[in-house]
Design a protein around this ligand. Sequence first.
Ligand code: SF4
Length: 459
Amino acid sequence: MQLNSENKFKSLTSNIGKLQLRDQKVLIPAMNRMASHLMAAAFRSFGVQAEVLETYQGLHLGQKYTSGKECFPCQVTLGDILYFIEKEQKRLGDAFDPRKYLYFLPESDGPCRFGMYNKYQRIVLDSLPGLDRLKIASPTAKDGYSMSGLIDPTKALDIRKVLYFAAVVADVLDRLLWRIRPYEKQAGAADQFMEKSLQQMEATFETFGSQKNFSRILDQMEVIIKEGKKLIDPDIPRKPLIGIVGEIFLRMHVDSNQDLIRKLENHGAEVVNASLAEWVNYVSYAESRKAKRNLRYSLKQLNWRGATKHLKDLINYFGDLFYQQFRQNQIYKRAHKSIDVADEHNIAHLEDTLKKAGIYSFDITTEACLSVASILNYVREGCNGVVNVYPFTCMPSLTTSSIVKPVMKQIGMPYLDMAYDASIQPDNESTIRTFMYQANQHFKRPINNSLMFQYKYCT
Ligand code: SF4
């Protein structure tokens, strides 16, 4: 790869980060179709020209500019942005101006590689003619994905609230799809209905987002849920329930996970996937834990200035968590008035679950602590099988697998690891079929496994 070396290092700091979103077309990766579109609509309501990138069409480009050692989501997202640019260059010809776009790629710190995607993709863009001028806007987990620095300071807090609301509404609508699709009266009706609902919900966010008119948004969500519920055939009996955990991109990105949820459904499952908001809540929770630890340390050192700063951080993160919990409860409560979609796992409860089980700790951070705890909760809630979905070689998910597999074996809970890169593995189909056979057996079993499980791991 030919790198434009002169400004290479400067570019890693000046062309990535908290860059203003105004006056440019903001390009949002489609990690989760529903959430990305609702968040883009929320952005547009605040006057930001946001658009969701077409996804998985440019995988060949992602692969061309990576070595294969990178995480698979990095390849997919890189392919998406390069594909968009290629198409836009063809469409506009000489009028194409990279400065008119801003690629929106959040990052996270911690021991795994998510924090490196934007740096790596920056290097790739800088190596291609003219694309050093296409900047990357990156909200970061370090400040709980605050929007300050990205948008007019008077709107930063409001837009963050509306984006969070959009993420939770998207989670609920995804859960609605997984609740109705296995029981639909007419094949294909649920998918068609959700596409139409997505457009209605986008329009609702565009109209009411910037006004923070959450009750109008909830009204629309309720209308959709009530309509969706009508698609269920009451004569179809409930099916084995499968809980999904794993790496956030892979478990949400339907193309990357080769439509795993649909495949499980085709083999007789009802599925619930871990949510998007879970990660946002976890980031606020993890930052509050960090602030608490730093505060304790500063007090021990009699460092009053440090203690004041950490106390302020702690109050801020507690405030975020309180707000997020409040909104999430409000949205799920409204949904539960009409349908029994799966509830959200509370992060503090997940930590308690791990403490009681004594098999892993939130101190180790990363998605593994969420996945291990969520699996224990799925079992307790009556799931008949658990699937851990992740990119090939993903570190936190392999950790999850190593911790959880022996426990699942001990309690007789069907468990499946599904690792993906872009390759099609012919034996996946039979693996899923076998897993679903075991889940069915579990479903029919009279023994109350969840009680046995609570006795062993949760008391
Ligand atoms: S969670 Fe897994 S896939 Fe994601 S950056 Fe970390 S190692 Fe890579």
